[in-house]
Structure formats: C-alpha cells, structure tokens
Design a protein around this ligand. Sequence first.
Ligand SMILES: *Cc1c(COP(=O)(O)O)cnc(C)c1O
Ligand SMILES: *[C@@H]1O[C@H](CO)[C@@H](O)[C@H](O)[C@H]1NC(C)=O
Length: 443
Amino acid sequence: MVHTTQCCILMGCLCLFYPWSQVCEWREPEELAALLDLELRENGEPQHQLLQRIRDVAKYSVKTNHPRFFNQLFAGVDYHALTGRFLTEALNTSQYTYEVAPVFVLMEDEVLSKLRSLVGWAEGDGIFCPGGTMSNMYAMNVARYRAFPEVKLKGMWSLPRLAVFTSQQSHYSVMKAAAFQGIGTENVFKVKVDDRGCMIPEDLGETIELAKSQGAVPFFVHATSGTTVQGAFDPLEPIADICDRQGLWMHVDAAWGGSVLFSKEHKHLMRGVERADSVTWNPHKMMLTGLQCSAILLKDTTHLLKHCHSADAKYLFQQDKFYDTSLDTGDKSIQCGRKVDCLKLWLMWKAVGSKGLEERVDRAFTHTRYLVEEMKRREGFELIGKVAPVIKERMMKQGTMMLGYQPQGGRVNFFRMIVISPQLSHQDMTFCLNEIERLGNDL
Ligand SMILES: *Cc1c(COP(=O)(O)O)cnc(C)c1O
Ligand SMILES: *[C@@H]1O[C@H](CO)[C@@H](O)[C@H](O)[C@H]1NC(C)=O
C-alpha cells in the first residue's frame, strides 16, 4: 500500500521533470477513452498495471508546465509552490477552524494581509476562494449585503430591482454571479470600452443614469485590472470618483492583473486601486502558484464578510472554545470545508521574496514587448482571421505548442499569447511565431 503511494508521488514528480517534447498528445475522445480503459470494476489491479495507468494519465494529459503552453492565463511551474501543493495534499486538512488548521489559519492571515498591503490597505478582511469567479461572487454578495442587509433574512423579495455595472470586456463571471445571486443577467449594465479595451468612465456615469431612469437601483461597479482577452486596465481613479459620488461599492477584478502590484515599474496600471472596496486577485495566474489560489480582499473592517455569510454552525464554531474564536475564520466562507490554498503561495513567496515576484512580472512585460516588436517585423500576422482554428488544430495534433484564439467585438479570430512562465525565453517567442508561420504556410 505504502509502496503504491510512493510510486504515485514519484510518477507525479516524474511527470514534471521528464523532458516531455510535446505539449500534448492529442487523441480523439473515443480513442482516448479506449486507451485509458476508464471503467471501474469489482476487483483491484496489481501494482505493475497501476503504474502503467499512472504513466498513461501523465502521457495523455496536457503539459501545462511546458514552456510552450501559452493557452491559458496560467502556465509554468514554480517548484516551491509545487512543494507547497504536495504538502497541502499530504496534510489534508480544512481551513475552517484554528483547532484543525492552526498553522494555516495564521498563515492565511499573514498572506492576505501582505496582499492587502500591496493594494494599499493597512487593515481589512479577506478569504481565499476556489477561483476568481467565486471571489467575484463574494464581492457582489457582500456589496449587496452592505446596501441591503435585510437580504440575508428576507431574500430578494424584500429588495428593489438591482443594477450592476461592468465593462463590455469584463470576465463572464459577472454574469454568472448576477444569475446565481438572483440579481438577473439583464440587470448587468455593460459600459463601453475604448480601443484598448478600457472602460470609458463617462459612459459609466451615463449608464448609471440610464439604469436609474428604468427604476433600477445601482449598488455595484465591477472594474477590471487586466481584462481576460486584451489585458486592459480600467481607469480606477475616475471610476472611484463616480462610485464615491453615487455611494456604490467598487470592486476591482484583478484576477489576472493584480500581480503588477509587485512591480514598481508597472503598478501604475492599477493607480487608485486603494480606493476600491474589494479586489479579486488570482496568484494562480501571473504568480504561478498552481491551481488554485485566488483571494478576495476587502477594505472593510466591520466584519461584513462574516455577517453576510455566517450560519453559526454549533458543531464547528462553538463560542465557548478554549482559544480565541475569532481565529475560526470558516464562517466567513460560503463553504463548509475549505481547501488550504495559502501554503503554496506562502512557501514560494518565502523562497523568492517580493523581489523575485517583481522580477517575474517585469519579465512577462519584457517578453510581451519583444513579441510585439517581432510581430511588427513579420508580414502576414494580421491576416490570421479565418485560419486560426485550422492552425490551432494542427498545433494540437502535432503537439508542438498550445495557444488560444478567439474573436472579439468587431475583430476576427486572433491568437491570445500568454507569456508568464518563468521558464520562457525569447527563443520560445520566436519559436511560437515561426510555428504559426509553418503551420499556416499553405493557408
Ligand atoms: C481568470 C479570470 C477570472 C476567473 O478566475 P477563475 O479562477 O478562472 O475562476 C475572473 N476575472 C478575470 C479578469 C480573469 O482573468
Ligand atoms: C483527508 O481528510 C478527510 C477528512 O478531513 C478524510 O476523510 C480522508 O480520509 C483524508 N484523506 C487522506 C488521504 O488522508
């Protein structure tokens, strides 16, 4: 038994250190299902067969840590964070009370407070969530609770029609949150963006008036720092002015862009973020902690998060415990058991320091500039349009790299290149451009 477990760990590591030449091993779904022999049976299997299964799992999975995986807003691997992830799994505890997670309760508090200080807040609140989508949902829920505390007891029927504001290019989780929380997707008002994809503050003002004229009650503005496709940063200062004037909750979705706060050179992109009420930040994206690691940070010091979500379960959160029960942070969450997500970030941060993280962010920007320059030098790169899906199919079947594409607004399909892995070099960028040319040569 122990032997198998050790083998699994070994294989897991091998999967990372093994010099995979391909990013993926594409198979049609039916073929893959047959290869993997997924069916679960009455009897267990011998060791050698299990080891083969582990090898297959690794072989046919996408190597997201491969330097030529540019497909998602996460990529690469940081070995300190990975060690934190192994340790988290091995220790297998839940983050909800000090009694079962003494180390992690204190650690989460430290990490959140450090992230908040980068936002510019000396105090505040926060919690790690299962992803940026959930962090954004927390923000909307707490904002609604601040505006209408009766919602917790009486539900939506005690409320007027509510209105949420976000840019045309914000992440789709705003829509999910509005649907999930009974606000309704039709009550998410989309604010226009400029050429670079940044929210136009004047249009925010006008859209708020429009919503009011329709009888809706504005309560929440969802700005974005680093939009999912174009990487645009909404102008936070003028948005904050409007939120102040109108008394609206200002949320900044910095799931993708938050990490610029580490960089002296680039943090100006989020100028004014300290005026927000809440911030979503996904260290599992630009900071490479590995999935998943996302925080919702709040400026609030009145325990809104807890008041909004608590259910006071008597079997977990007894008030007559022998230690300070404010350390039992679990009731701030909408979950019961909650995975430990702080250790991987803490260990990596300890290892490379804020300086190391700053260098990573700066390097990603350098790579981007290099890529833009290279592309300008080459002809034909604007013509990708209809050919992107074909090039994507070819790259996946040959397994040489993975790169996402999409249309947007009036633009035809284009590739979205993500350059955050610390393993990346300028050669990989050149490779990527050459590869697009090679794969699309005959089109
Ligand atoms: C990725 C992203 C999200 C969603 O985060 P998940 O962790 O994937 O749920 C939300 N907002 C922005 C701007 C993002 O880039
Ligand atoms: C992890 O913890 C849960 C309960 O918290 C327990 O049921 C499970 O057996 C544990 N798993 C391992 C692998 O330790």
